[in-house]
Design a binder for this molecule. Structure first.
Ligand code: ADE
Length: 249
C-alpha cells in the first residue's frame, strides 16, 4: 500500500533536504510514497503574485488569502482525494496514534500556514483536520508538515528495511523502547548486559519488554496509567516494584 502526500506551501525549497534523504527519500524512490510539493504562490492571479493581505478589523500581521488558497487546494484535489490537513498550533496534538491513522489514508493534503494564519473561511470550508506538533509556535507549518510526512511514511509497509522494523518503536505498544547495545562488549568498563549475550531469544524478549516497561514507568508514567495492556506486558506492568521504577532509566 503506497501513499500520496501533497504539500501546499509558500516555501517549497525548505522541503529539499529532509524529504530527499534517508527513509523518506528511499520510499519515494521506491514508489512507496509519492510526495508532491506545491507552491501556493503559483495560484495567485495578479502580476505581483500576492498571497496575503492585512486582516479585516486591523491588527498586526498578514493573513493568507482565501481565494489563492482555494484555487491551490481545488487544483491539488483533482489528483488527491485525501483529507486536507492544516498544520497549526491550534490543532489536535500529533502522536504515533494519529500518524497510524493518517497512514491508513492512501492520500493526504498537508496545508502549511504562514504569517498570522489563513483566512478563517478556508478552515471552515476546505480543511478536514488540524494538527499541531506541540505546544510551541513555529514560523510556519513547513517543519510540522515534514514531521508528519516522516512519521507517516516510515509506517508504510516496505518503507523501513527489515532491520528497521517499526514494531518495536517507542509508543508502538504504548511503551517507550527498550535500551540497545552493540559492539564493543566492554565500553570504558561498562559491560553489555549478560542476558543479551546468552542466545536465549525468549528470555531476551522478556528482558527487553521489562526494560521497556521500567523505562516507561520512570520517564512517562502517564503512558502506563492511560494505556490498556494485555498479555505479557500487562503481567510485567502488574509486577512492577518501586525499585524497578527507580532503575528504569
Ligand atoms: N505552525 C506553527 N507552529 C506550529 C505547531 N506547533 N504545530 C503545527 N503547525 C504549526
Amino acid at each position: 500500500m503506497a501513499i500520496q502526500i501533497d504539500i501546499l506551501t509558500l516555501f517549497p525549497e525548505m522541503f529539499q533536504g529532509p524529504l530527499q534523504n534517508s527513509i523518506v527519500g528511499r520510499a519515494r524512490n521506491a514508489g512507496i510514497a509519492r510526495v508532491n510539493i506545491w507552491n501556493i504562490r503559483d495560484f495567485a492571479d495578479d502580476k505581483h503574485r500576492v498571497v496575503d493581505d492585512t486582516p479585516y478589523g486591523g491588527g498586526a500581521g498578514m493573513v493568507m488569502k482565501a481565494d489563492v488558497l482555494a484555487r491551490c487546494i481545488e487544483h491539488v484535489r483533482l489528483s488527491n482525494k485525501g483529507p486536507v490537513v492544516f498544520l497549526t498550533p491550534q490543532g489536535n496534538t500529533f502522536s504515533q496514534n494519529v500518524a497510524d491513522r493518517l497512514r491508513q489514508c492512501s492520500q493526504l493534503i498537508l496545508l502549511c500556514g504562514h504569517y498570522e494564519g489563513i483566512d478563517e473561511r478556508i478552515r471552515e470550508s476546505m480543511v478536514d483536520m488540524e494538527i499541531s506538533i506541540g505546544d510551541y509556535v513555529l514560523t510556519g507549518g513547513e517543519l510540522p508538515a515534514m514531521v508528519v510526512t516522516d512519521a507517516v511514511v516510515r509506517l508504510i509497509p516496505g518503507a523501513l528495511g527489515r532491520e528497521e522494523s517499526a514494531a518495536d518503536d517507542s509508543f508502538s505498544h504504548g511503551l517507550l523502547e527498550y535500551p540497545h547495545y552493540t559492539r564493543p562488549r566492554d565500553f570504558r568498563g561498562m559491560e553489555v548486559p549478560e542476558i543479551l549475550l546468552s542466545g536465549h531469544h525468549g528470555r531476551i524478549r522478556r528482558w527487553r519488554l521489562k526494560r521497556a516497561v521500567q523505562r516507561t514507568a520512570r520517564r512517562r508514567p502517564d503512558l502506563l496509567r492511560e494505556g490498556s495492556f494485555c498479555g505479557e506486558i500487562k503481567e510485567i506492568v502488574e509486577e512492577l516494584t518501586d525499585d524497578d521504577q527507580e532503575k528504569g532509566g
